[in-house]
Write a protein that binds this ligand. Structure first.
Ligand SMILES: C[S@@+](CC[C@H](N)C(=O)[O-])C[C@H]1O[C@@H](n2cnc3c(N)ncnc32)[C@H](O)[C@@H]1O
Length: 204
């Protein structure tokens, strides 16, 4: 890979991203993932580095959602500028503001057709915000909005292992339409299938 003057590989830059992005030439980045403040109206503290320094950032927006979306738009314009024509962008947000951000990003990318997918990131050990007396369902997921700059995006298909076989289910399948008599077969059902079929009865 050729070294570039505007970016040192393996370095985390802890400064204002708008100024940093302005140093990038146009159309030089393959993929962007961003995890910005979410419009939660909270202050966050994180423990940073070996010295365990406490750093905080404000996710409070005087002026409300319009101010937040304008702040994000400024950065999105830069991100769109530096993205390659076949590049992709993943914006991590949550249901607090994802619907506002989606409209804004559609505008910056120039068309609603540039939106590809909405990915729901559900926490596997969900620390739900439901407690005694709550009058809402648990808020246990984040949202990732996936955009592509052009029609011909780079896409690397991901494959994962099948669920490991855990139990044996025997089922009888008959298909008279295909002129086949009742056939009996045994297979290992993956966990998701066992869960889905627990309350179902098969009619064949
Ligand atoms: C939701 S947190 C993401 C944290 C990080 N992804 C992680 O998992 O630790 C948002 C981050 O954006 C940073 N941030 C806020 N405004 C920024 C700005 N103008 N330029 C660069 N970073 C900023 C905050 O300091 C905070 O660390």
């Amino acid at each position: 890979m050729n070294p570039v003057s505007y970016l040192e590989a393996g370095v985390i830059y802890c400064d204002e991203n708008l100024q940093r992005l302005a140093q990038f030439p146009a159309e030089c980045v393959d993929l962007i993932y961003l995890d910005p403040p979410f419009f939660t109206n909270r202050t966050y503290e994180v423990i940073w580095g070996d010295e365990a320094e406490i750093r905080s950032f404000e996710d409070r927006w005087e002026g409300g959602i319009e101010v937040y979306v304008d702040w994000m738009r400024e950065r999105m314009i830069e991100l769109h500028r530096i993205l390659k024509p076949n590049g992709s962008l993943y914006l991590h947000c949550d249901p607090t503001a994802s619907h506002y951000l989606k409209v804004m990003v559609d505008g910056v990318f120039g068309s609603r057709k540039r939106f590809v997918n909405e990915i729901t990131w559900k926490r596997s050990s969900a620390h739900s915000d439901v407690k005694q007396g709550s009058k809402h369902f648990g808020r246990v997921s984040d949202t990732l909005l996936f955009y592509s700059k052009g029609d011909d995006r780079t896409w690397n298909q991901l494959y994962t292992e099948y669920d490991p076989p855990t139990s044996t289910v025997t089922t009888a399948v008959s298909s008279q339409r295909q002129g086949v008599d009742t056939a009996s077969t045994t297979f290992k059902a993956p966990a998701a299938l066992r869960k889905a079929t627990r309350s179902m009865s098969f009619l064949a």
